[in-house]
Write a protein that binds this ligand. Structure first.
Ligand code: RIB
Length: 313
């Protein structure tokens, strides 16, 4: 089983010509409501690509309409919602602007995500977990607590260090990395994490991820947008895969799609190159629709894309 411990949001998304600068107001023709939250997105991506692999969500929503809709959506996507608690804060909400190039800016009102609790996850669930997936939209101490338990029980711990809060304590970051098997960061996050840890600044994100992989004896993966993905193992071995050449409609959730599909590859014990390739293809395909979850591919869509590359290549 894949256990995703993390955030659940409703996304309110407005398309704009250009993302507003501080102090600026821009008008959008309207807005859309979509399902989001890095944790929920990763769970949906894993369930779609997992073709029957069990995916469970551990998180929290408020006792409100957004919460009921979000849980209903997860269930409809075949994610086990038995670990989603209803707490006394409003369901998380993300305010997203997407510009004409498909790039976004996001503010998350955390709400119920602040109450996500490791203690609420039973030992039985931990014992069933093959891959634990974490991100940083829930309290870091709770991430650490569940990661330690899962690691001790033999699970693979995947940490998507997104977002990297500017006040992430160095000790907490180091303790988390000490129990992480696979670290996933984008270009900015790799360098921001290095800064949080008060490590000397690397020349670029590739050097940063390599340094973190070596220092913490983990596999570090940096996602590079249209330039694909680079994985560096603790011994320095590198694996690079390309992204699909696409014109993005909306990049929201692309990183989450990558994480969810990679978790499926890890749970299935696929070779790293194969797992990375499937995840990178899935992340590219997810950019072809509006909203974080709408265009996430299922296993058949990923297979078809790989097959078409083999034929045309
Ligand atoms: O990674 C994209 C997600 O970040 C959005 O769905 C939004 O909810 C924020 O959490």
């Amino acid at each position: 089983m894949i256990l995703v411990f993390g955030s659940i949001n409703i996304d309110l998304v407005a398309k704009v010509a250009a993302i507003p600068a501080p102090g600026e107001t821009v008008l959008s023709e309207g807005y859309e409501k979509a399902f989001g939250g890095k944790g929920a997105n990763q769970a949906v991506a894993a369930a779609r690509a997992g073709a029957g692999l069990r995916v469970r969500m551990a998180g929290a929503v408020g006792d409100d309409g957004f919460g009921r809709e979000a849980v209903g959506n997860l269930a409809a996507q075949k994610v086990d919602t038995g670990g989603v608690d209803v707490v006394g804060l409003p369901t998380g909400c993300a305010f997203i602007t997407v510009d004409a190039r498909g790039e976004n800016a996001i503010t998350v009102g955390s709400g119920a995500n602040r109450k996500v609790s490791a203690e609420a996850v039973s030992d039985t669930v931990i014992a069933d977990t093959k891959v634990l997936v974490l991100q940083m939209e829930v309290p870091g101490r709770e991430n650490l607590a569940i990661a330690r338990r899962a690691k001790a029980a033999g699970a693979t711990v995947v940490l998507n260090i997104a977002p990297v809060a500017s006040d992430l304590p160095a000790v907490l970051a180091a303790e988390l990395l000490a129990v992480t098997d696979v670290l996933i960061a984008n270009e900015h996050e790799a360098l921001a994490l290095e800064a949080s840890l008060a490590l000397p600044t690397s020349a670029d994100e590739r050097a940063a991820i390599a340094g973190l992989a070596r220092r913490y004896a983990l596999t570090g993966i940096v996602t590079l947008g249209s330039k694909g993905v680079l994985a560096v193992e603790a011994d320095g071995r590198e694996t690079a895969v390309a992204a699909l050449p696409i014109v993005p409609v909306d990049t929201t959730g692309a990183g989450d799609t990558f994480v969810g599909i990679l978790a499926v590859g890890l749970a299935r014990a696929l070779p790293l190159q194969t797992a990375l390739q499937r995840a990178a293809i899935g992340a590219s395909l997810a950019c072809l629709g509006f909203g974080a979850q709408a265009a996430m591919p299922d296993a058949a869509a990923i297979d078809a894309r790989i097959a078409s590359q083999v034929v045309s290549g």
